[in-house]
Design a protein around this ligand. Structure first.
Ligand SMILES: Cc1cc2nc3c(=O)[nH]c(=O)nc-3n(C[C@H](O)[C@H](O)[C@H](O)COP(=O)(O)OP(=O)(O)OC[C@H]3O[C@@H](n4cnc5c(N)ncnc54)[C@H](O)[C@@H]3O)c2cc1C
Length: 361
C-alpha cells in the first residue's frame, strides 16, 4: 500500500511538492480551489538551488528553455553606473520565468504522474472532513485555510514601502541583465522576461499614485528609458509583508511555502524558499525518524529568517530616499560591488547559495 497525503493548493509550491512526494513513492490527492491558472505573474526569479531541485525531477531543461538566464545585475545611482553583480561568481545564473509559466510547466508534467490525483475547482474548507490517518499539507498560500484549521497562529508585519509593477516590451534591447536604478526619489528595478519583455518595479512614495502613467514617469526619471505602448498582462501594486507561522506542523496538518511564511518580494526569494521547504519536506516525510518533521521545521525556520532578514535589509537600503541617504547608499554600494569578497557574498546571497541547511540536490 502506498502512503497517501493530501496537498491543499496547486500554487508553485504545492505542484512542486506533489512531484517530489510522487518521486518518494507517495500517492497524492492535490486540491485546488481555482478552476484555472491565475493570469497574474508574481515570482519571476528562480534561483540556482531551485533549479537543482527541478533537475532532480528532470524538469530543469524545460524551464530553462522557456526563460531568460540572468547572469548579471547592473546597478545605477542617478543613471550613473555604480557597478554590477555577477551571478557567475556564485557559480550559476538566476532564471527569469513568470510564475504563470512555472505553474503551466509543473501542471503539464503532473499529468504524467500516475499517483497524483488532481482535484481542480475543489476548495479545502474549514469544515472539510479529513480521513483518519491522512496527512494534510497546506500549500494554500498566505491566507491558508489549513493554517486556520490547525489553529496555528501567524505573526506578521506589513512594511511601510509600496511598489507598483508592470511588464513592457523591451524597446531599448537591454538584453538579459537585471538593472537596478537608485535615486533620491526612490528605486526602479527592471528584469528581463521571455517574449522580449521587461518587468519594471517602481517604489511608490506616500501621496504618489499607483498608476501606469506614474510608473512610466518614474522609469524615465530614474533610468532615462521611455516606455512605449501599453503594458502586457495586468499591472499591479504590492505592499511587502513578513509573516511566520508559530508552528509548521500540528496533528495531521503541515504548512509549506507561503502558508508557513511570507517575505518581501523585493529580492525575489519567497517562492524559492517555498521550493526548498517542499524539497526538504519530501525528505522528512520519507524519513522514519520520529523527529524528522521537528528537525525540518527548525531548519526551514532558520532558512526563512535568514532570507527574510536579507530581503528586508536589501529593501531598506534600496528604498532610502533624499540626498543624504542616497549618498550613504552610494558609498555602501561601491564597497559591496567592488570589494571582491563583499561582491561574492552579495551575489551568493541573491542567488540563495549561502543559506543554512542548503538543498543537497
Ligand atoms: C509581486 C511579487 C513578486 C514576487 N517575485 C518573486 C520572485 O521573483 N521570486 C520568488 O521566489 N518569489 C517571488 N514572489 C513570492 C511568490 O509569488 C510566492 O512566495 C509564491 O506564490 C508562494 O507560492 P505558494 O504555492 O506557497 O502559494 P500561492 O502561490 O499563494 O498558491 C496557493 C494556491 O493555493 C490555492 N488555495 C488557496 N486556498 C485554498 C483552499 N482552501 N483549497 C484549495 N486551494 C486553495 C490558491 O488558489 C493557489 O493556487 C513574489 C510575490 C509577489 C507578490
Amino acid at each position: 500500500m502506498k502512503r497517501e497525503v493530501w496537498i491543499i493548493g496547486a500554487g508553485p509550491v504545492g505542484l512542486l511538492l506533489a512531484h517530489l512526494l510522487h518521486q518518494k513513492g507517495f500517492r497524492i490527492h492535490l486540491f485546488e480551489k481555482r478552476a484555472k491558472v491565475p493570469a497574474l505573474s508574481m515570482a519571476i526569479g528562480i534561483t540556482p538551488p531551485s533549479l537543482n531541485i527541478l533537475a532532480t525531477l528532470g524538469l530543469r531543461d524545460a524551464f530553462e528553455s522557456q526563460g531568460i538566464l540572468i547572469r548579471r545585475a547592473r546597478v545605477f545611482e542617478n543613471q550613473t553606473p555604480l557597478g554590477s553583480l555577477g551571478f557567475e561568481q556564485a557559480g550559476d545564473h538566476i532564471l527569469s520565468l513568470p510564475q504563470r509559466q512555472t505553474l503551466r510547466l509543473l501542471r503539464t508534467s503532473l499529468t504524467k504522474l500516475p499517483d497524483v490525483i488532481f482535484h481542480e475547482n475543489e476548495p479545502f474548507r474549514l469544515n472539510s472532513t479529513v480521513p483518519d490517518t491522512m496527512r494534510v499539507i497546506g500549500c494554500d498560500g498566505y491566507r491558508s485555510t489549513v493554517r486556520q484549521r490547525a489553529g496555528i497562529s501567524l505573526k506578521e508585519k506589513t512594511y511601510a514601502q509600496k511598489f507598483f509593477m508592470a511588464d513592457f516590451e523591451d524597446i531599448e534591447n537591454a538584453g538579459p541583465d537585471a538593472r537596478l536604478f537608485f535615486s533620491p526619489r526612490g528605486s526602479v528595478e527592471s528584469f528581463p522576461l521571455p517574449g522580449h519583455l521587461r518587468r519594471w518595479v517602481v517604489q511608490v512614495l506616500p501621496g504618489q499614485s499607483s498608476e501606469v502613467s506614474h510608473l512610466i514617469e518614474r522609469v524615465r526619471d530614474a533610468s532615462g528609458v521611455n516606455l512605449a505602448g501599453v503594458p502586457h498582462g495586468t499591472p499591479g501594486c504590492f505592499i511587502p509583508r513578513r509573516g511566520l507561522a508559530s508552528h509548521f506542523h500540528r496533528g495531521p496538518f503541515i504548512l509549506c511555502g507561503d502558508a508557513a511564511h511570507q517575505l518581501s518580494p523585493i529580492g525575489g526569494q519567497g517562492m524559492n524558499t517555498g521550493f526548498a521547504d517542499a524539497y526538504q519536506l519530501a525528505e522528512a516525510l520519507a524519513d522514519p525518524h520520529p523527529r524528522a518533521l521537528d528537525i525540518w521545521t527548525k531548519h526551514r525556520k532558520q532558512a526563512f529568517n535568514q532570507a527574510a532578514t536579507r530581503a528586508a535589509l536589501g529593501m531598506k537600503l534600496g528604498t532610502l530616499t533624499g540626498n543624504p541617504a542616497s549618498r550613504f547608499r552610494t558609498q555602501i554600494l561601491r564597497v559591496l560591488l567592488h570589494e571582491p569578497h563583499c561582491a561574492k557574498t552579495l551575489s551568493r546571497s541573491y542567488a540563495m547559495l549561502n543559506l543554512p541547511h542548503p538543498v543537497k540536490a
